[in-house]
Design a protein around this ligand. Structure first.
Ligand code: RTP
Ligand code: MG
Length: 140
């Protein structure tokens, strides 16, 4: 299996509860390596741009409000089959449906305040990584 990259966000509900380390440990224990990381306050423009695919969804406004409600930690993760590996350890979008041992089962507060984002394809991972990081900030 090839070593690939994915993009992760530790969301405001998790940074607010000081769970950056706990979430990162779950990612590392799942075989992912943090090859870039920074804590940022997203602007509304950034959040709207990042979630543009969800623009027509009924929860878009609330999602943007939530994502700018506090700091987030954006990360590039590297590992074998990184996109799937990360999605597996994240768990289902709604924590009520998430499996035991996943980040969302353990930490998420609700379907919206669900602690993490992870890219859903290698193509989207490349786009999302480039949205937040210069190549020079990623050290594999
Ligand atoms: P993500 O993109 O954050 O990794 O999560 P996901 O693929 O599991 O979920 P997606 O369908 O892409 O939705 C993006 C984020 O929008 C919020 N959401 N709210 N209120 C709602 O019904 C609702 N549904 C989704 C969540 O924060 C979700 O992660
Ligand atoms: Mg998604």
């Amino acid at each position: 299996m090839a070593v690939t990259r994915t993009f992760s966000i530790i969301k405001p509900d998790a940074t607010r509860r000081n769970l950056t380390g706990a979430v990162t440990k779950k990612l590392e224990d799942a075989g992912l390596r943090v090859v870039a990381s920074k804590r940022i306050q997203m602007t509304r423009e950034q959040a709207e741009g990042f979630y543009a695919v969800h623009k027509e969804r009924p929860f878009f406004g609330e999602l943007v409000d939530f994502m700018v409600s506090g700091p987030v930690v954006v990360q590039v993760l590297e590992g074998e089959d990184a996109v799937k590996r990360n999605r597996d350890v994240m768990g289902a979008t709604n924590p009520a449906d998430a499996e035991e041992g996943t980040i969302r089962k353990e930490f998420a507060e609700s379907i919206e305040a669900n602690s993490v984002h992870g890219s859903d394809s290698e193509e989207n991972a490349a786009t999302e990584i480039a949205f937040f990081f210069d190549d020079s900030e990623i050290v594999g």
